[in-house]
Design a binder for this molecule. Structure first.
Ligand code: NAD
Ligand code: GLY
Length: 357
């Protein structure tokens, strides 16, 4: 077991990573302060892991809420199902919500915890690679709106994160690749040595090699925790964690939520952001090729859907949360392993990127 900390003063919390953690009460029970617990999961994850989790909760009064599976259900209607069940079972302010699932479940459960009776405790038990390396850490919670990804939400931190690599054994290959996209992101924006490690170890990650997965999860969480501790509410540096996401969110929204996986859209979006960085003279063509080669090896898309036009991108990117005073802001690569946020974007070069990618 490895323990990391997200340092946020009196709201600091641990991230436990490793194998065989899930069935051990010591990683959960100390972080549950009341008797009532509500496990939120979905119809795919419930048959795999819900009973096992409930067994760990011992004599707690446990309610479970099993949501429909899919990004297309990450919305206010589904969120309301959680509130319906909590109220029907008379859960009070001492309840603890546990998110058992991927990023969709984690984002919705966290937001439900932020809102229910003005805020109750919650715990993240991520079950996808993407959720283990990104969405379960850092307190971004929320749902989608028809007009934009993750537009309704709150910053709300969990009491702890329990990332057990054993749970990845059942994860489909396509979902594993989607998680690898966010892992690669850390190498690009803040950790060049990790990028090099990924070049050397991608085959092991794709084969779900236990040690390689544990290392990648740990290093990703270290990168994320360090950024979140410096800028919890994204006033500055945290925006670098959105590398590729402005393009990627436009792809997800245009295609219809769930058609492209989040990690797939981020992969194509990272190529677009890197392509623009190269056109602006910050990284070399060779750097760009290294990224494209790595994403291809990880079986991730490296081009936007060919149905999307420049106008589609510009319209959808203008609702991005980083837009300030009507000006688009993008995360670009200053060099491999170092990102920057800028609104100084040459429109002609951006249009070239849309045509090339
Ligand atoms: P997901 O939650 O939809 O899970 C992917 C699929 O895998 C689902 O079908 C799920 O049921 C299934 N699944 C989950 N665990 C499994 C397991 N162990 N075995 C078999 N199947 C399993 O998607 P995701 O990729 O985990 O998360 C994507 C979401 O995360 C997006 O909504 C994205 O916006 C959000 N996100 C949030 C943050 C954040 O900081 N809050 C960061 C990155 C992404
Ligand atoms: N996934 C980006 C962030 O948490 O800031």
């Amino acid at each position: 077991m490895h323990e990391l900390s997200v340092d946020l003063g009196d709201r600091s919390y641990p991230i436990f990573t490793g194998a065989e953690l899930f069935s051990k009460p010591e990683y959960l029970l100390p972080y549950i302060h009341g008797q009532q617990v509500c496990v939120v999961t979905n119809e795919t994850v419930a048959p795999l892991y819900l009973q096992q989790l409930k067994a760990v909760l011992g004599d707690k009064e446990v309610l479970d809420v099993v949501l429909p599976d899919g990004e297309q259900y990450k919305n206010l209607n589904t969120l309301n199902l959680i509130f319906d069940e909590l109220l029907a079972a008379r859960h009070n302010r001492t309840t603890t919500l546990i998110a058992l699932g991927g990023g969709v479940t984690g984002d919705m459960t966290g937001f439900a915890a932020a809102c229910y009776q003005r805020g109750v405790d919650f715990i993240q038990v991520p079950t996808t690679l993407l959720a283990m390396v990104d969405s379960s850490v850092g307190g971004k919670t929320g749902v989608n709106h028809a007009l934009g990804k993750n537009m309704i939400g709150a910053f709300y931190q969990p009491n702890c994160v329990l990332a057990d690599t054993d749970l990845l054994k059942t994860l489909p290959e396509r979902e594993l690749s989607a998680g690898i996209a966010e892992v690669i992101k850390y190498g690009l924006v803040s950790d060049y040595d990790f990028f090099v490690w990924l070049e050397q170890n991608m085959d092991k990650l794709l084969a779900k090699d236990e040690a390689a997965l544990a290392y990648a999860i740990d290093r990703s969480c270290q990168n994320k925790a360090s950024v979140v501790a410096r800028d919890e509410r994204e006033g500055g540096i945290r925006a670098i964690l959105n590398f590729g996401h402005t393009f990627g969110h436009a792809i997800e929204t245009a295609q219809g939520y769930g058609v492209w996986l989040h990690g797939e859209a981020v992969a194509a979006g990272m190529v677009m952001a890197a392509d623009l960085s190269q056109r602006m003279g910050m990284i070399s063509k060779d750097d760009l090729s290294r990224l494209v080669g790595m994403l291809r090896q990880a079986k991730l898309p490296v081009m936007a859907p060919d149905t999307m036009t420049s106008d589609d991108f510009i319209a959808l990117m203008s609702v991005d949360k980083k837009v300030l005073d009507g000006r688009l802001r993008l995360v670009l690569l200053q060099s491999m392993g170092e990102a920057m946020v800028t609104s100084d974007i040459d429109r002609a070069l951006l249009l070239q990127t849309f045509s090339a990618c």
